[in-house]
Design a protein around this ligand. Sequence first.
Ligand SMILES: N[C@@H](CCC(=O)N[C@@H](CS)C(=O)NCC(=O)O)C(=O)O
Length: 264
Amino acid sequence: MIELYQFEASHYCEKVRLVLDYKQLDYRTVEVTPGVGQVDLYRLSGQRQVPVIKDGATVVADSTAIALYLDKTYPERPVLPGDDAIRGLCMMLEDWADESIGPNGRKAMIGAFSQHPSFRTALLPASTPDVVKTLVGAVPGDVLNLLGTGIGFGPDDIKSATLSLQQALSSICGVLSEHPYMVSGEPTLADFAIAGISMYLKFPTQQYVDLPAGLCGKGVPGLADNPEYERFWAWRDRLYADYRKVRSGPPSDPGSGPVKIGID
Ligand SMILES: N[C@@H](CCC(=O)N[C@@H](CS)C(=O)NCC(=O)O)C(=O)O
């Protein structure tokens, strides 16, 4: 069976899980422990980032390379369009999702996390005592802003990331006003990349991903709840409902399992 080495909370891993589910491939996930687990991952794949898949003797790193490998090896339910010109567009959009929506989404989410106490406390396990929740919620946003400045997560970086994401969501809504999916009448890698990599803008509304239940449907204020982007969120919800498998087990008990949001 295919093994997916992952961080459950990684948006690049979510892109791969969407592709695997769409292609109806059986797989099992192997949760990599940030830091120490990445040493083993390096031994396996020659690099330290997730996602990585192991399929028999074949090991593939990088979400794009994985999607291409899966489509080539398992051609049923392709995610790459057959037509050269449409495939070109698909790959361009996929790259845009990886290189722009991904890094900007991470910054905007961390910005929301620092500015909104309720978002911050939603990241905590349900079993967290109220007193701790209050304390975490009460850390002033300014302090968190200061901590982020200098590593590319200061208020200016977050503002420009958010602006770029607003532009991205408007553009996608424009496409969706005339088409059901990004480049053709069927979903392609462009759709799964955008849908998976937008996870930090708004977490999926159901327990598709093993995250604290309080995070379901929560996201970056101004993006996740803005009626201007309703078409985008409706499209993503539909894609999830049609193709993504809901987790079968109960949400992790935060007291007994890893609930760390492994956002690097
Ligand atoms: N281009 C890569 C990006 C993967 C990536 O950024 N992975 C992050 C998790 S979201 C990671 O492994 N970070 C740990 C690290 O860089 O040490 C892909 O598409 O797979």
